[in-house]
Design a protein around this ligand. Structure first.
Ligand SMILES: Nc1ncnc2c1ncn2[C@@H]1O[C@H](COP(=O)(O)OP(=O)(O)O)[C@@H](O)[C@H]1O
Ligand SMILES: [Mg+2]
Length: 309
């Protein structure tokens, strides 16, 4: 409850649905002001974890808190500090957009004083024209905007977005990115679940990757990227391809009028680039240029969540 509390703390959380261990000893903390990414393949347990944080799923064991308030024993305090944009488009079809937000504000004990902020949110989300439209008449993207408005209506310090851009067009995705960036700049703690890895790569400072209800990696984006198990070294040479030693001839990727490109897949150790360059020099290959391509987040993600077979 003090200022030093993490924004979100998850301690040894377990949750089973019959035979499925949806959460299997999840533990991590998110500090105030972080932009945190929660990644994992379908069925990894992301939504279950978020729903547990929002008090919608009761965990079997372990503890969750928001801004120092225990989700179970101090539910109101914890919920008040959390805004959740759910993955599913849940809404009351008989409500208008404005009513939906007004109702949500009421849930948090806010009355008329919430109205200027609701107007501002409608504007931010380009929903002003739709304020009096029925929820059921809106497109999926528009409904998604209302859900985001609902999550923000009580100005929670912690905002969790569960796959907010799934099935959303490019235009709205851009708009959401800039809105979320602005919330982060304004001091909100942001937790973003996404399977668009480029989105996590662009926005998140720290990333947890979960799989089968367990954290398989938790690191800064930079350190996760540095874990890339492989990188590719591309070497340009003018050597005519037929004259290359057989071991190198296999590595020819393409040939242009100007150069031949040789490509080498390397391990993550620091020396391997130099080893290849030494080998090329020993073979008498004249190097014009080199380029090293690191794994991106997508590659790292695939390596960490690949099923053993
Ligand atoms: N209400 C539920 N009843 C039964 N199984 C569930 C329920 N919710 C989630 N699961 C199962 O728990 C696992 C994790 O699901 P979920 O948290 O939705 O994953 P993610 O959001 O990462 O795709 C999946 O195997 C899913 O089928
Ligand atoms: Mg999910």
């Amino acid at each position: 409850m003090g200022r030093s509390s993490p924004a979100v703390a998850i301690e040894q959380v377990h949750k089973r649905f019959d035979q499925v261990r949806a959460l299997n000893g999840i533990e991590f903390a998110i500090q105030p002001g972080e932009f945190f990414g929660l990644l994992g393949p379908n069925g990894a347990g992301k939504s279950t974890l978020i729903n547990a944080l929002a008090g919608l799923v009761l965990v079997d064991s372990g503890r969750l808190s928001v801004m120092g308030y225990d989700v179970r024993s101090q539910y109101r305090e914890a919920r008040q500090r959390l805004g959740v944009v759910p993955q599913e488009l849940v809404y009351d079809p008989f409500f208008k957009v404005y009513e939906t937000l007004r109702f949500q504000a009421g849930y948090f004990g806010l009355g008329r004083e919430a109205e200027p902020w609701i107007e501002e949110l409608l504007h931010e989300l380009s929903l002003t024209d739709k304020a009096q439209a029925n929820m059921r008449s809106l497109s999926g993207g528009m409904k998604r905007r209302v859900l985001i408005g609902q999550a923000l209506v009580h100005k929670p310090p912690v905002v969790v977005l569960d796959e907010p851009t799934a099935g959303v067009d490019v235009e709205l995705r851009r708009q959401l990115w800039s809105l979320v960036k602005r919330l982060h700049q304004d001091g909100h703690t942001i937790v973003l679940t996404t399977h668009y890895l480029e989105e996590a790569e662009e926005l998140c400072d720290r990333i947890a990757i979960i799989n089968h209800g367990k954290v398989v990696a938790l690191d800064t984006k930079a350190d996760l990227l540095a874990r890339g198990i492989s990188k590719t070294l591309h070497v340009h040479t003018r050597e005519p391809a037929p004259n290359l030693p057989p071991a190198l001839a296999d590595k020819v990727k393409y040939v242009t009028d100007d150069y031949i490109e040789l490509s080498f897949t390397l391990g993550s150790d620091e020396d391997s680039v130099m080893q290849v360059l030494d080998m090329l020099r020993d073979a008498g290959v004249k190097i014009i240029d080199i380029r090293v391509e690191q794994d991106d987040l997508e590659d790292v993600f695939v390596q960490l969540t690949r099923e053993p077979n």
